[in-house]
Structure formats: C-alpha cells, structure tokens
Design a protein around this ligand. Structure first.
Ligand code: C2E
Ligand code: CA
Ligand code: CA
Ligand code: CA
Length: 279
C-alpha cells in the first residue's frame, strides 16, 4: 500500500507539472498571438423578437494557433487576464469590433450595434474610458452603436468604482449590458443602482425554460422584473423553437443563439445583414 501511495503521489505531481507546462506554453504562445495575427473576431447576430430582424451582434474572440488549432476563449482569456495581456488584447478587440460596426453602418445597415465583452481587468483599468473614447473617434463609430457587456461579479467587486466607470461610459452614449445574468452569487438589491440598459439572461436558464418548470418560473420572474426596471432583455444560447415560443410569450426583447446563427466571420455576418430577417 505504501508503494501504491508513492506512485499515486508521483503520478499526481507529474500531472500537475504537465498542467503547469501546458499552461506556460499557452502563455508563451498567447504573447505571440496578437503580433502573428492569430486572433480574430466572430459575430453572433442578435435578433429582435418583435420584428425578426438582426439589430446587433456580439463580438466573440477567436484564437487560431498554427499547431494548437482553435483555442477556446474559456481557456485563454483567464490566462490573458492573470498575466495582464488582456489589456492589449481587449483594446485590439474593441478597435476591431468598432471598425467592423462602422462598416455595417457604411454599407447602409443603419443602427446595427456591436456588443463587446469587457473583462474585469479591463473594467478596472483607469484608462478604459479614455481608450474607448479614442477608439470611437478613430473608427468613427457613433457611441450609441457600441454596447459593453460586463458580468455581475466584476461590478460587485468594487461597487463604487464600478458605478463611476459605468456612469462615465453611459454619459458618452455607450450602452451597458449585464452579462450571464442569474449566475454567480449576486444579490438583486444592487440592480436598481446600476446604470445598465440590458440584462442578458444566461444560457444555463434558457437551455431549460421549456423542460423545467422551476427554471421557467425563474426566467419569467427575471423577464418581468427587467421590464418593471425599464431594462431590455436578451436571451443567450437559444437553440430550440420551444425556447423561442416561451420567450416570445414573455416579451423577451432580443434573442441570440444557435437557433438563429452560430458566431460567424465578419464577411458572413455582412451577408446575413443583406438578407436580414431571413436567417
Ligand atoms: P459569453 O460572453 O457568455 O458568450 C456567449 C458564449 O455562448 C459564446 O461562447 C458563444 O459562442 C456561446 N453560444 C452562443 N449561442 C449559443 C448556443 O445557442 N448554444 C451554446 N451551447 N452556446 C452558445 P465562446 O465564443 O466560446 O465564448 C466563451 C466566453 O469567452 C464568452 O462567454 C466570454 O465570457 C468570453 N469571451 C469571448 N470573447 C471575449 C472577448 O473579446 N473579451 C472577453 N473579455 N471575453 C470574451
Ligand atoms: Ca457576453
Ligand atoms: Ca453571456
Ligand atoms: Ca458566459
């Protein structure tokens, strides 16, 4: 038994080392990703339920590495955050997303908005507001066409500081969305204090609205509360017609998910805009 324990410990250490090495390699590769042009954005359409039209898109970051292949954002964004690389990457995402949205506008699709995910690291950067102002100026995108997505945990981390940043962004004409709403350990009481425009109901709810009565009850309550607070609602991860039906009955404003479209390359998104409504 003693020998077994030793082996086990050794195996455990090796597994740990492997993970550390893998992580360090990923970190090294990520440092080169930006300069090597391995990062790109995809866009996932957001469809207005009332009109069945595309009214915006969420920009989602992609990393295509020559050897590792497609590295999912859930794997590399935490590393980018911990190392601070997200500062530079996040700025690149913002600039790229705004430049694309400007193209939609120039092509005649007026009023199509782009939603950009902000990490906690970016949100706490004292230069964020100035950087965004500069990017809007450079790209010529009207601020009203930029929406920023932040999560609850980022906001409640330091509420006073978050409120200051949010108000500064709001005053510039940018809209704010609370992402992954319903996950995490947040309390509802701070919701009324936040200058947000939109609640994005997390995929974990939407996935079960048509099959689980408890999830259905919670989602209905969130939609009612959002309306009473004057907030727009977006349902994330909509995959099924039964989910669409549920959301339509409860007047959810926008839907986003594989049912309409997966995240797609910019050129393809432009094509979808051309056939808007018929996706
Ligand atoms: P998120 O912000 O919650 O983004 C939505 C995720 O759900 C995306 O995953 C999207 O591809 C996926 N999704 C959309 N519709 C469906 C559906 O119908 N079914 C299912 N199963 N999934 C759906 P993705 O692109 O892998 O991104 C994962 C997360 O990585 C994002 O979650 C976001 O937190 C983060 N992320 C992505 N791009 C950026 C970025 O530019 N900056 C930052 N800070 N985070 C990003
Ligand atoms: Ca998001
Ligand atoms: Ca989300
Ligand atoms: Ca998420």
């Amino acid at each position: 038994a003693k020998g077994m324990g030793g082996n086990h410990a050794q195996f455990y250490t090796e597994a740990l080392n492997e993970r550390t090495v893998e992580r360090l390699n990923l970190e090294k590769a990520l440092r080169l990703a930006l300069v090597n042009g391995e990062l790109s954005l995809q866009f996932q359409p957001q469809v207005e339920m009332a009109s069945s039209r595309i009214v915006g898109a969420e920009a989602l970051l992609r990393w295509q590495h020559p050897e590792l292949g497609m590295v999912p954002p859930d794997r590399f964004i935490p590393i980018a955050e911990e190392t601070g690389m997200i500062g530079e990457i996040g700025q690149w995402v913002l600039r790229q997303a705004c430049a694309c949205a400007r193209q939609w506008r120039d092509a005649g699709y007026v009023g199509i908005r782009v939603s950009v995910n902000l990490s906690g690291y970016q949100f706490r950067d004292v230069d964020l507001v100035e950087q965004i102002a500069e990017i809007l100026h450079e790209t010529g995108l009207p601020s009203a066409l930029l929406d920023l997505e932040i999560t609850e945990s980022v906001v409640i981390d330091d509420l006073p500081a978050a409120l200051r940043t949010m108000w500064r962004l709001k005053l510039m004409g940018i809209t704010l969305s609370l992402d992954d709403f319903g996950t995490g350990y947040s309390s509802l009481s701070y919701l009324r204090q936040l200058p947000i425009d939109t609640l994005k109901i997390d995929r974990s709810f939407i996935g079960h609205v048509a099959s689980d009565t408890r999830v259905a009850a919670i989602t209905t309550a969130i939609l009612t509360m959002a309306r009473d607070l004057g907030l727009a609602t977006v349902a994330e991860g909509v995959e099924l017609a039964t989910q669409i039906e549920f959301l339509q009955q409860r007047h959810c404003d926008l839907v986003q998910g594989y049912y309409f479209s997966r995240p797609i390359a910019h050129a393809l998104f432009m094509q979808r805009l051309a056939t808007e409504g018929q996706i």
